[in-house]
Design a protein around this ligand. Sequence first.
Ligand code: F6R
Length: 603
Amino acid sequence: MCGIVGIIGSEFKVGDLIDGLKKLEYRGYDSAGVATVDGNGLYVSKSVGRIDALRGVVETEKAVHNGIAHTRWATHGVPSDRNAHPHTDCSGKIAVVHNGIIENYQELKKGLLERGHKFHSETDTEVISHLIEENFKGNLYQAVLETLKELRGAFAIVVIHSDIPDVMIGARKGSPLVFGCNEEKCMLASDVTPIIKYTRDVIFLEDGDVVYIQGNKARITDFSGNIVIRNRMHISWDENAAEKGGFKHFMLKEINEVPEAIESALVGRYDEKGFPVLHELDEFNLERVKRILLVACGTSYHAGLVFKYFAEKYLDIDVLIDVASEFRYRPIRITDDTLTVAISQSGETADTLESIRAIKKAGGKVIAITNVVGSTITRESDVTLFMNAGPEIGVAASKTYINQLIVLYTLALYMIKKLGKWNNIHDEISRQILNSSKIIKQIIQDPKIEQMADLYKNYNHFMYVGRGINTATAMEGALKLKEISYINAVAYAAGELKHGPIALLDPTFPVFAVVPKDSLYEKMRSNIEESKARNAKIITIATEGDKEIERISNNVIYIPQVSEDLYPLVIAPVIQLFAYYIANKRGYDPDKPRNLAKSVTVE
Ligand code: F6R
C-alpha cells in the first residue's frame, strides 16, 4: 500500500502535491518523492522519512503544470532515498509512481539489465519506467499500453514524460486509483482525499482502466485502447471523514480494506497451478525440518496458533508455540531440524525481538513474518515474509491479523508441498485461499454483525469458545472485544468449560461460540447445550445452511462454507466487526484504546 497523487493542467505549486500526499499518509510514510515536468526537463526529489521531510528538499513554491508524487510503504527494498518513488528510466525523461506489487519484476529486470538498462533502486517499480522507455516510440500512451501487457501483479501507476509535458497517464489493476477534473485541472490519486479540494465529482477507476489526460481533458480506455465509460460519483464526505474513506474510524476502514490487503499478500505467492511459491525461503533446507517453533505476542500469537493446528494436521511434525514474553526466559533448545518463526505485524515488539536474539544465540535461524519493511525484526531475522497489508492506523490489529493468517497458511502449504505431503485437499485449500478476498468482501457487508452488537452492547462479560483450530479464533475474538470495548471477555477451548469456567455462566454472561460445520461440530454443540442449560445467552457463528444451530442459539451469524481449516480466516472479520461495533456503541474510540500502543517496544 502506498499513496499516489498526480495533478495536471493550470498552474499549481509543488507544495500542492505534497499537501495531497499528506492526506494519504495513512497509506505509507517511510519515504516520499515528487517529479514534475516542463519543457526543459524532468525534476525529481525524494526523501526518506515522513512526508514533511520532503518539504525540506523541494522548492514548494515553484509553479508547475504537471507533477506526480508518492508516499511509500516499502514492499521491495528498504525505505531509502534511492528506493523512494518516483522512479525514472535511463534517459531521465520518464517518471513513474506505483502502488502495488509487480509479481514478475525479477524476470523483467533480468531482461532489461541484459538489454543494457541501468537500475538505481531495489524496487519492483523501476522496471516499469524502463519498460516504458523501451516501448516509447513518440507516443507515451501506446508505450504505457505495451508496458501494461508485460506486467503481472497488482498495481496502480501514474506516468509522466518530459518530452510531452501536457500529458499524464494512469492505469489500475488491483490497486485503487481515483480520477477527477475541474475546469482547470485533472487529478489522479489513491483515494479521494487529495482530490476533493479541487472537485467532489470523481471516478473510481476499475481494474483494467487506463486514463489518458492531456491538459484538463481526459479519456478512459481499457488496456487495449478501447474507450470505456465510467460513472462519476459525487463525494459529500467532509475532509475528516474522507481521510477515513467515509468510515467513522480507521479500524472500520481497515477491516474494509481486508480484500485489497489479502490480494497484496497473495501477489507472487502462488503459481498458476495454485502451488505456493516462497522464493524467500530458498536458502532454508525445509525438507529436513522435524520441529517448528513459533514466537509472537497478542494477536500475532493467535495467528501462530492457527498455524500450529493447520501445520500439525498435515505436516506430521510438532509445532511448538509460545508468547514471546515467556519464551525468552525459558531454556531454548534449537536443533538442526528446528525451524523457528517469529510473527510481529509491527516488527518492533520488544519481547519478540528479544526472543529472536535468544534463538539466534542458541544457533537458530529465524523466519520473520511482519508488515513493516526495514523494521528491527526484519533486520535481525534471517529472512522475512512480508504481509503486505499496508499501514494499519487503528491500534488493534485487524487487517494485519488476516494477512498474517494468509502468509502462515501459505508457509504451511509450502512446507506440505516441499515435504511431499500435498494432495487434493491442499489443492482445494489453495484455491479457496486465492478466492478468500471475495468471500471476505461478502462477509464484511453482513448487516447482522452490527445488529448483534446492538443487542449485546450492554453486557459486561463474554465467554468466547471454540474448538480445534477455532480455539485461536475464540481467543482472538475475546482479545479484540476486551481491548477496544473494555468488556471482560474470556476465551476457552470449549471442552475446558466444564473444568471451571462454566461456573461463571448465567443470564448476564453471554457465550460467543465459534461453531462452523467442521469435524468438531458435534462436540461444540454439546458444549453449547451445557452453556444454555446455565441460562447463558448464546451467540453463534455458524456455517450457512446450519438450521439446527438456531435451536440452541439466541442469535446466529452465518458465514459461507469453506474448507474446515480456513474458518479462522473467514471468521476473523466477523469477530473484529462485532468488537468494533460494540466499542463504538459504548462510546469508545476503537482506534485509540486506552493504555495500548501500536508498537510495544517495552518489555
Ligand atoms: C491486539 C494487538 C496486539 C499485538 C501485539 C503484538 O489487537 O494488536 O495484541 O498483536 O502487541 O504486536 P506485533 O504483532 O506488532 O508484534
